[in-house]
Write a protein that binds this ligand. Sequence first.
Ligand code: COA
Length: 171
Amino acid sequence: MALIVRRALEKDIAVLTDLSRKTFEEAFGDQNDPENMRTYLDASFSMAQITHELSDPETTYLLAYHQEALVGYAKIQGGPSPDCILDEKAIQLSRVYIISQHMGKGFGSQLIQACIDESLQQRYTSIWLGVWEINVNAQRLYERLGFVRAGTKTFILGTDVQQDIVYTRSV
Ligand SMILES: CC(C)(COP(=O)(O)OP(=O)(O)OC[C@H]1O[C@@H](n2cnc3c(N)ncnc32)[C@H](O)[C@@H]1OP(=O)(O)O)[C@@H](O)C(=O)NCCC(=O)NCCS
């Protein structure tokens, strides 16, 4: 099924804020303490935070549409990477989310490919990501798309210190 992917612009801030909150809650709400979720959602998915990130030249948000309906988004971000990432021209696939009712239709794979294409266009040479150690479905998908394990890193959700597996691949 064809997916249209485009960069998010300032006019998309409200829609992007709603979508990013909704998809994070859908994906991880059941597995986390509600207070920790609230703290993380309020800090990471506020209009102010998304506005700030969209004005950062190192951050790119991509919006994914199928038949004119918004079905997901991704965020890629330059800047610091964990010690296990040795490439100095590596960019992070910081978020990739498909609305739950549209999962399993190939959209996530196409959106990740769009992130790889965008990274190459921005002259990065590899792309890395951290995925929660219990998120085995996403890990299987990344491995199918050519990502390999590079190490681990911590991820803080409220007061919960979680372990992420770090994956990387060249672009
Ligand atoms: C991971 C995600 C972006 C993949 O998008 P998608 O459109 O469902 O993926 P595709 O249809 O291209 O590929 C399906 C694969 O996605 C993975 N997947 C992860 N969560 C899934 C779900 N809830 N339903 C179906 N597939 C899922 C599976 O590995 C599946 O492969 P399989 O056929 O081997 O089981 C999407 O499922 C999602 O948003 N998940 C919740 C958020 C998340 O985990 N994001 C990544 C954080 S690191």
